[in-house]
Design a protein around this ligand. Sequence first.
Ligand SMILES: Cc1cc2nc3c(=O)[nH]c(=O)nc-3n(C[C@H](O)[C@H](O)[C@H](O)COP(=O)(O)OP(=O)(O)OC[C@H]3O[C@@H](n4cnc5c(N)ncnc54)[C@H](O)[C@@H]3O)c2cc1C
Length: 455
Amino acid sequence: MPPPSQRSLSIVGAGLAGALLATLLARKGWRIDVYEKRGDPRVQGYAGGRSINLALAERGRHALRQAGADDAVMRQAVMMRGRMVHPLGGAPQLQRYGRDDSEVIWSIHRGDLNITLLDLAEAAGARVHFDRRLDSVDFDAGLAHFHDEREGIAFAHAFDALVGADGAGSSLRAAMGKHEDLGERSEFLDHSYKELEIPPAADGGFRIEPNALHIWPRGRYMCIALPNDEKTFTVTLFLPNEGDPSFASVRSSADARALFERDFPDTLPLIPELEADWQRNPTGLLATLYLDRWHLGGRAVLLGDAAHAMVPFHGQGMNCAFEDCVALARQLEAHADTAAAFAAFEAERKPNALAIQQMALENYIEMRDKVDDPDFLLQRELERKLQERHPGRFVPHYTMVTFMRIPYAVALERSDVQREILVEATRGLRSLDSVDWAAVDARVLARLEPLQDAA
Ligand SMILES: Cc1cc2nc3c(=O)[nH]c(=O)nc-3n(C[C@H](O)[C@H](O)[C@H](O)COP(=O)(O)OP(=O)(O)OC[C@H]3O[C@@H](n4cnc5c(N)ncnc54)[C@H](O)[C@@H]3O)c2cc1C
């Protein structure tokens, strides 16, 4: 095995995962080159792309801590204690995510986060090459062909191993798929999204409660809003692609205004540029990406969205991608043989990616249709009671995914069992007064082992 300082890796994509992985490995002495198709956001401004802001949770924060990035990132983060649910015509109500302010999530600006991570990657010794788009790869010769977007010329880079951190539309994945069938399939959601903005109030402050993730649930569709530290909110409308209302029926900015007047009237005074935002911002597609294989021997491996893009309804895509980075860095350090490291990484992460992809799809129904449903709210009340009665054994679904680092697959398995217990115990009830506690406790003890968080 060559000494650590001589091991090298070329990463495609200096987005969230690429920049974090570069930091983790460069800090361990690896020679890291990162190729990014866009310009340097610190020079040219952040080019945007996917969502404007993101929810950061414990899995992501743990990974940031490993890279020494948590403090710098958290300086720009806004705390979100829970869901502020805005029923049509009713008063908003906060549903806390956790027990107290130790169990919260954080809203961060994608561009600021990316810049922070790029600074850290370079400070750790990684070389980041901007305006370099991966075009094709000759895996047998170990040559990656890039296009220099500024000079308009093609060039080849000899690599030891490639990591694809180039997102949902990964070019490295396409190149790997040409070399060997990866068993790739994408399932597009029949809903898409559009982003709008709530600017700061006249006094420079936030226009609505800053420390919450706002939701306007409307059955088959919804709006959400996440705060930004410059006192704005990014609003995201999720709407079906077909039917009424849908992106097919709501086409013009006048149609959008009519939809908001009918279904989200309380947001209208908050979004003064509704028409302009509607026209300016693209409609984003949402899909889940499944692959049978994530790596080609020791030549190339995929992580983050390039390996397992998911719908955004659990706010875990980036968090999961960050967990991938920690896992890959650990496996690379543990195995002298890169192929063995890639195989161990895939074996560790693929079942967990599948689990969070499924939970993200399920959470859309919960957010748009259930958060103001009385049966659902009663189940949440019972969930809290059972958490108190069986600490460390009955752990709410949201807590397992968001505030813990147990494998996602374990969270999914236990959540299914817990959901059965909650539905069964509250069937036909309007309050918890007539719950058969002895029976419920017995079921919890029989079906759920005590749970330890990851070390
Ligand atoms: C609407 C929406 C909301 C979301 N909200 C959340 C949230 O709240 N919390 C959360 O955890 N996740 C969220 N996500 C998911 C999150 O955005 C992704 O999981 C995350 O960005 C994945 O990071 P990545 O580094 O794998 O990919 P990306 O962030 O997409 O980065 C890929 C990088 O590769 C570069 N690249 C692409 N092609 C090439 C090429 N050929 N050559 C060189 N470079 C290339 C790109 O320019 C980019 O910089 C959301 C996603 C969407 C769409």
